[in-house]
Design a protein around this ligand. Structure first.
Ligand code: HSE
Length: 310
């Protein structure tokens, strides 16, 4: 028995929500086949499109799958069969759109389906987070939560884990440009300071509240006003070629807001309507064409479903 999955890319942080906010993209992502087999354990049998380890304990999907199966045996019953995973990567590692999260979320979702759905999508987040821990040294949930739940997600608390899913306003679109350099999340985290000033914190939590209110009330201007990062962007943006110009170009072409996607180097913009999102994509492309910098670009509506069976 096997299933084929679409494992979506995601944008984490959304400027004001470092480690707590994320959204799910609709047309960028990986594919994965998860197969139930007689041999016990979890094996990664194929990885196409990326040079990633096949060893289960060194692969994010393997680690997430093992975390889930250990919990299953504790919560339910012993398992006398196993799983094989084939991964078809389209999201580049170190791109800032949740490459490791797509693999971790896909693995736990696929195995859960083949086990008869003992866990809810929300339950699966804690297992997928173990893949993120392997990838970046930190079990952040702001990519795996939207990859599993779709829409926007807020991690209200990590301990205990408390995740809130929020619908996206219909006309909201994302444009994401990925300058073709690799920026490891662990490196992008190493430039951060461990303390913030009260003044910055006040602005940041004001914006997080504003963004959540804007999503619930479908107030696009409020969403735009809230997409601002006092704390992380100033430290990380210097790692991204052309960041200031790309952001300024996005805003000049009608973006509600723009900033670093996850830990970068991808840069995202949110806009109202596909036409504006396309126009921003064209303008961002022109910037990197002029800089002679290779890039990939995506325009996507917000994916309401998260990982899905194909
Ligand atoms: N919140 C994480 C996301 C990584 O994709 C970070 O910014 O480090």
């Amino acid at each position: 028995m096997e299933i084929k999955l679409f494992c979506p890319a995601t944008i984490a942080n959304l400027s004001c929500g470092f480690d707590v906010l994320g959204l799910c993209l609709d047309n960028a992502g990986d594919e994965m086949i998860v197969r139930k087999v007689e041999q016990k354990g979890v094996r990664i049998t194929k990885i196409v499109g990326a040079d990633l380890p096949l060893e289960t304990e060194k692969n994010v999907s393997g680690v997430a799958a093992i975390a889930m199966l250990e919990a299953y045996e504790r919560d339910f019953e012993p398992i006398n069969f196993g799983f094989e995973i084939e991964i078809y990567k389209h999201i580049k590692a170190g791109s800032g759109i949740g490459s490791s999260a797509a693999s971790s979320a896909g693995a736990v979702f696929g195995i859960n389906e083949l086990l008869g759905k003992p866990y809810s999508r929300k339950d699966l987040v804690q297992f997928a987070m173990q893949g993120e821990k392997l990838a970046s040294g930190n079990a952040h949930a702001d990519n795996v939560a939207p990859a599993l739940l779709g829409g926007f997600t807020l991690v209200r608390s990590y301990a205990p884990l408390d995740i809130i899913r929020i619908d996206s306003p219909e006309e909201l679109f994302a444009t994401v440009v990925h300058p073709q350099i690799e920026l490891k999340t662990s490196d992008a985290r190493s430039v951060l300071k461990q303390t913030v000033s009260l003044k910055s914190a006040i602005m940041q939590w004001g914006n997080v509240g504003g963004l959540i209110a804007g999503l619930y009330t479908k107030d696009y201007d409020l969403i735009g006003r809230s997409l601002h990062d006092e704390i992380v962007e100033p430290l990380r943006s210097v790692l991204i070629p052309g960041f200031d110009l790309i952001k300024q170009t996005a805003l000049e072409n009608g973006a509600l807001g723009s900033g670093i996607s996850g830990s970068g180097p991808s840069i995202y913009a949110l806009s109202r309507g596909k036409n504006t999102a396309d126009q921003i994509a064209k303008a961002m492309s022109d910037v990197y064409e002029n800089m002679n910098l290779p890039y990939e670009i995506h325009v996507s509506k917000i994916n309401p479903d998260g990982v899905r069976v194909l």
